[in-house]
Design a protein around this ligand. Structure first.
Ligand SMILES: [Cu+2]
Length: 125
């Protein structure tokens, strides 16, 4: 390959990586819940065309409180399911709704909307 072809190839690859980072990285960045000396590890999650953040990292053996704030009226995001902890919770629009549980076993646990289209996960460490 001549230098121009190499330049175009490298540029194209860099652009592809950049586009992927732009679209996927922000939503995949895990938020690590602060672990206070007492009280639950709390994380706020905005619900609008998905969950933001959609990956939440918490510590095992301590209570967790996820506060969902649903910023949309339509769609099936009106219910969130955390099957690992037997939680099915309605999320009224434009307000905070908290769910609480205590994860005991490290692993990755999915949470979804009522029809399993919107997805997020709790990473327990
Ligand atoms: Cu859904």
């Amino acid at each position: 390959m001549d230098p121009t072809a190499i330049g175009v190839t490298v540029g194209g690859v860099a652009l592809a990586i950049g586009v992927n980072l732009y679209f996927f990285a922000p939503r995949r960045a895990a938020v690590v819940a602060p672990a206070p000396a007492s009280g639950p590890q709390e994380v706020r999650i905005v619900v609008r065309d998905g969950y933001a953040p959609d990956v939440v990292e918490v510590r095992a053996g301590r209570p967790v409180r996820l506060v969902f704030h649903r910023e949309e009226v339509a769609g099936c995001s009106d219910t969130v399911l955390l099957p690992a902890w037997g939680i099915t919770q309605r999320l009224p629009a434009d307000q905070d709704t908290a769910v609480e549980f205590t994860p005991m076993t490290p692993g990755e646990y999915e949470f979804t909307c009522g029809m399993h289209m919107l997805r997020g996960k709790v990473v327990v460490r």
